[in-house]
Design a protein around this ligand. Structure first.
Ligand code: HEC
Ligand code: HEC
Length: 255
């Protein structure tokens, strides 16, 4: 049983990397986004619209997720260096939107692109998103680690509360219905990279209201906000030591 599982896992990761090395050579599409005329944030269309209407099947989603674990890890935790984001516990709406945007060329993610392309079936998209959303958020994550960490977190708190809490929530819980991402449990370096790209107009699928809120922030301020954000914990959604709690969220299960 275990051997069969390992063989499957191994072939899945080999398939992941060969698909990556072959297909990543091809240029990924680029679609105009924020800053271009006629840009509608989160236009409801295509496989995203279909997937959002469906109820995801977690068991099927677990199978579909196997290949993703090669980069995002089987737990969904991603990597502390921030290259591969933490996904566990993210709202399914956000996951579906981001994958559709990467596939459409509205967000650049060359490593991820071949996998976003392989997920066009709305039911499969709903399934994998339901599975990822059900995972508890690992307690360990990459944080700001220099000697002035405590001061940076303290500096970031009021900056976050002033302009960002309104959408991303007190504990970084985001908003499922509004497609606002969960921030709690995310890696510091990933947060800093994304917020810088959003501020500078490089993440073309960004939300215009967020861009307005973040534009006045300097690089130093973004460091402090990222330090604060990566210290957030979402009550009930974090992994616990119990066997059930390790894999699935316990008190906040939404299925
Ligand atoms: C070869 C590595 C790799 C594989 C395999 C991979 N991804 Fe990714 N994924 C990435 C990278 C890198 C990013 C971050 C892109 C960026 O920095 O903007 C990402 C980003 C994402 C995001 C956006 C996260 C956010 O917070 O906005 C989602 C959702 C996602 N991946 C889901 C998946 C799923 C589901 C699979 C499997 C079907 C998968 N990924 C497979 C590398 C990978
Ligand atoms: C009007 C609501 C709103 C406000 C205000 C807002 N955000 Fe966002 N934020 C969003 C949405 C929506 C996204 C996802 C954008 C997309 O569709 O790709 C996002 C994405 C992000 C991401 C990337 C998350 C990921 O998983 O890739 C970070 C980091 C972030 N916001 C930080 C901030 C910070 C810092 C502030 C305050 C300066 C802020 N946001 C203010 C709505 C908001």
């Amino acid at each position: 049983m275990k051997k069969a599982f390992l063989l499957i896992a191994l072939s899945a990761s080999i398939a992941a990397f060969s698909a990556f090395s072959v297909r990543a050579q091809a240029p990924t599409p680029k679609k105009q986004g924020i800053g271009s005329s006629g840009y509608t944030w989160n236009a409801q269309e295509g496989e995203k619209l279909e997937a959002l209407k469906l109820k995801g099947d977690k068991a099927n989603g677990e199978d579909a997720y196997e290949v993703c674990g090669a980069c995002h890890l089987p737990s969904g935790a991603g990597r502390p260096d921030g290259i591969f984001p933490q996904l566990a516990g993210q709202h399914s709406t956000v996951l579906i939107k981001q994958m559709a945007d990467i596939r459409a060329g509205l967000r650049d993610a060359p490593a991820m692109y071949p996998f976003a392309v392989s997920l066009t079936d709305p039911q499969e998209l709903a399934d994998v998103s339901a599975y990822i959303q059900s995972l508890c958020i690992p307690a360990e994550r990459g944080q700001y680690e220099a000697a002035d960490a405590a001061a940076q977190v303290a500096k970031g708190k009021p900056l976050y509360e002033k302009q960002c809490l309104e959408c991303h929530g007190k504990n970084g819980e985001g908003n499922r219905a509004k497609f606002y991402p969960v921030i709690a449990g995310q890696h510091y370096k990933y947060l800093l990279r994304q917020m810088t790209e959003i501020r500078d107009g490089k993440r073309r699928n960004a939300n215009p209201d967020m861009v307005k809120a973040i534009r006045p922030y300097t690089d130093d301020m973004l460091v402090a906000i990222s330090a604060y954000q990566s210290s957030l914990k979402m009550p009930g959604a974090m992994c616990t030591d119990t066997a059930a709690g390790k894999k699935y969220r316990n008190s906040r299960k939404r299925f």
